[in-house]
Design a protein around this ligand. Structure first.
Ligand code: HEC
Length: 182
């Protein structure tokens, strides 16, 4: 009889302690979340907020960028001024074919005589761009003479080009005809 009683008491005690154990864990979680060291749940909440904030900021930025991109296209149309919109489009194809590649034979001569060290077709290096020389409208013979006996006074602001008397006339004629085609 006593054994049965104590056994049932023990069983009850076990059940109660189990119940207390469960409830106290739940309580601790709840307490932690609001007041205590429930750092994990708070970290998670903060992370979710951070992510959603970032997403919102990115959406705002891309919306602003889209607005910006749309603005220049919309403005000339709105003002009826099509020239501003047409100008860059017209410039681009005009500038592209102007920069012709240097023909292989001319390029070989410019390399051989080291003209490329100081001259480029369209860009100023040490000497003027050949496209600038072309504007002077020299005859090929004049160019031969100027390579053999440069006249630095033609190009104020540039250092004087050294006389290149060793460069064959025939080579300079080929170069000169190409310069005048620029
Ligand atoms: C060390 C640099 C240098 C090298 C190499 C050089 N040039 Fe020049 N060249 C210049 C400079 C600087 C000028 C402008 C000043 C001058 O004319 O003296 C010039 C000017 C010219 C002019 C314009 C002349 C004028 O009076 O308008 C021609 C054409 C020219 N160079 C062709 C050539 C050719 C072709 C070669 C290769 C055979 C060559 N240059 C090599 C530096 C150089």
């Amino acid at each position: 009889m006593t054994l049965k009683k104590s056994a049932s008491l023990a069983l009850m005690a076990l059940a109660v302690s189990f119940f207390i154990g469960c409830s106290s864990k739940e309580d601790r979680d709840k307490y932690d979340q609001w007041y205590g060291s429930g750092s994990k749940s708070r970290e998670e909440a903060a992370l979710v907020k951070l992510q959603s904030d970032r997403k919102a900021a990115a959406e705002q930025a891309s919306a602003a960028a889209a607005e910006k991109a749309a603005a220049p296209a919309a403005t000339p149309a709105a003002t009826g001024d099509t020239s501003a919109a047409a100008a860059p489009a017209a410039d681009a194809p005009a500038a592209a074919p102007k920069r012709k590649p240097v023909p292989a034979d001319v390029s070989a001569l410019l390399n051989k005589h080291a003209c490329f060290a100081c001259h480029q077709a369209y860009d100023k290096v040490i000497g003027p761009a050949y496209s600038e020389v072309a504007k002077k409208k020299y005859t090929p013979d004049q160019i031969v003479e100027l390579v053999h006996n440069p006249k630095p006074e033609h190009w104020p602001g540039y250092p004087p080009m050294a006389p290149l008397a060793h460069v064959p006339k025939a080579d300079i004629i080929v170069i000169a005809n190409w310069i005048n085609s620029l």
